[in-house]
Write a protein that binds this ligand. Sequence first.
Ligand code: ATP
Ligand code: MG
Length: 176
Amino acid sequence: MERTLVLIKPDAVKRGLVGEIITRFERVGLSLEEMKIVNATTEIVEQHYPDDKNWIRSVGKKTLDTYQKYNLNIVEDLGTDDALEVGNLIRRWLIHQITSGPIIAIILSGNHAIEVARKIVGNTVPLFAELGTIRGDFSIDSPDLSTKEKRALQNLIHASATIEEAKREISLWFEV
Ligand code: ATP
Ligand code: MG
């Protein structure tokens, strides 16, 4: 038995996808343990997406890879091709995005809940996410577009990636 943290982000709430998203977790057999609507503060989102150089660099790298794949020039759009600098910009946009409207915070539990939830959520980049996943079925966003528009990817949802991340995030969002 595992527990994982899911956040339904403002872009999904605004589009009225909350029921659809919860249905997908329920029908696979995951259980809803806790759920609440939150207007997240900057402070909590800064802790959720921590000021950690490795993570920030990996987020920046995803953008660089996408630009390379489509033969686009990131320096033209952002003035830099440094993964850490790009990642820092994205982190700022992300904090702005998650605090831009109500979100739903959920604790899901079940057999291999962390892995199963990530599988249902799909690839970080909606353009690359398989059909049948939440991100693949409901979004076509990509880092080249979001970077041009100076905003985070609209990928609808967050789900913890590892056991440690799930523990940390559950105690950040819930008093359990
Ligand atoms: P999450 O942590 O939200 O579940 P993830 O683990 O799939 O997503 P991370 O690499 O942790 O992906 O990125 C965290 C969030 O940052 C993403 O969900 C997305 O909203 C945003 N993000 C990630 N990479 C980019 C990018 N290249 N451009 C814009 N936003 C991005
Ligand atoms: Mg993540």
